[in-house]
Design a protein around this ligand. Structure first.
Ligand code: ADE
Length: 246
């Protein structure tokens, strides 16, 4: 996979892609990440942005450097980072990870001239808050996409069972020591009974999702056993409430 990032601040990315799955993927040549400096595609570095017609605060990126830099990036799937974009999800990450060439244009200032917006295939927002620019969103997109490439992580099952990849949140995790400050690891995890462990994990994943993000349960396919587990969880919650009331 090839990723081209168009930005006014390529230096911001130094180091970010040198750790974890992105580093591994780069070393294994599963991904080739390149940068184009937007300033190189303006008449002069001062001609990247200008005041908005009609007045108002902030600067708007001029249409010429947007178009020229996209042409220089070559054929590919063109993504613009902007707070006005579609909310970014794991599903979108999955789709992007299958593209041969992903081009990410980091928006800045008040945005880009409206007349070049149609040059993009997709607009992404990473959340309902305003950042100073699209560089951090581009880092988020690259990290979430590259870790999905086969070979980028040592353990693909870990990627497949990630929160969100499975459609629900992941269950609580424990590692050694077995007892920490008097708190014990749930016994079932030490039982060696794989069926019981799987059932316990699924139930706890459903429980945390039910408590924190019940909306996700409406989007994911649940099977008969999941519904049985949910009934168990709700009954447990009801018993707890009763006990509290006593
Ligand atoms: N640029 C500024 N804020 C942003 C956001 N939340 N998502 C994507 N791009 C942005």
């Amino acid at each position: 996979m090839k990723i081209t990032i168009i930005t006014l601040f390529p230096e911001m990315f130094h180091g970010v892609f040198d750790f974890g799955p992105v580093r591994i993927a780069r070393e294994k040549k599963l991904v080739d990440i390149r940068f184009l400096n937007l300033a190189d595609y303006a008449e002069t570095p001062k001609d990247v942005d200008d005041y908005p017609y009609g007045g108002g605060a902030g600067m708007v990126i001029k249409p010429e450097p947007v178009k020229r830099s996209l042409l220089a990036a070559g054929d590919g799937f063109r993504v613009l980072t902007t707070p006005k974009g579609k909310p970014y999800t794991q599903e979108i990450a999955n789709v992007l990870s299958k593209k041969e060439h992903l081009i990410i244009f980091c928006g800045r200032y008040k945005g880009i001239d409206e007349r070049v917006r149609d040059l993009f295939d997709y607009e992404i927002s990473i959340g309902d808050y305003v950042l100073s620019g699209g560089e951090i969103p581009a880092m988020v997109i690259v990290d979430s996409v590259v870790r999905l490439l086969p070979g980028a992580t040592s353990d693909i099952t870990s990627v497949l069972t990630d929160s969100y990849q499975s459609g629900i949140l992941s269950e609580p995790q424990y590692t050694r020591p077995r007892v920490f400050e008097g708190k014990e690891v749930p016994g079932v995890l030490l039982s060696g009974n794989h069926r019981e462990i799987e059932r316990y994990r699924r139930k706890e994943a459903l429980r945390v999702t039910l408590l924190r993000r019940p909306d996700l349960l409406f989007k994911v396919k649940l099977d008969k056993e999941d519904f049985e587990l949910i009934v168990e969880i709700l009954k447990e919650a009801q018993n707890e409430q009763r006990n509290e009331g006593d």
